[in-house]
Design a protein around this ligand. Sequence first.
Ligand code: SF4
Length: 189
Amino acid sequence: MSEITLSVGNKVRFKCGRSGVCCSSGPNVSLTIYDICRISRFLGVDWREIAGKYFYVVIADYMPIPVLRGIDNRCVFLELKNNIPSCKIYRARPMRCRLFPFLPVSPGDPTRVHVSKICPSIGKGPLIDPPWNLLKFYYDEVKKHYRILNELVMEKGLDPLEALEKAIDMACSEDNSASFDLDYLDKLW
Ligand code: SF4
């Protein structure tokens, strides 16, 4: 295992050093339907315009899993600004990126979190609590994501890609959702 695990009450030293390691260690960021809507809103385009270009979909056990695209192990949104790694969609970056270097354990286990050891800033900076509030918000979105997809695929019998399309349309139409209030999300961590 390449992680350590923290429980509520545990702290860790961390201050982001902008290494960019997290964004160039393989295209492995899974997305929820809410991540996709946040990114497309931020870019000012319909989500269909970013499908294939910025994310792709793998299907596992009939469930569609959207994943950020990478080029040579680097995220498509990673760029260098004055030689410093930067995210082109930073304000609307996916939840798993917001949480990094903390890695969710499971939606059923919100009191523990893994800490990725690939981040060179772990062990440096002030002692901090893991982002429990942001983690809870993420789990709520993940549960909604799978509840909707499960209903569309398993109960209504839609094809996985058709179900994903419908689910993203549903999520993107939740106009008053806190999911699209980027200021609110920033305050969660
Ligand atoms: S979306 Fe942004 S923060 Fe997330 S991996 Fe890509 S460049 Fe990094």
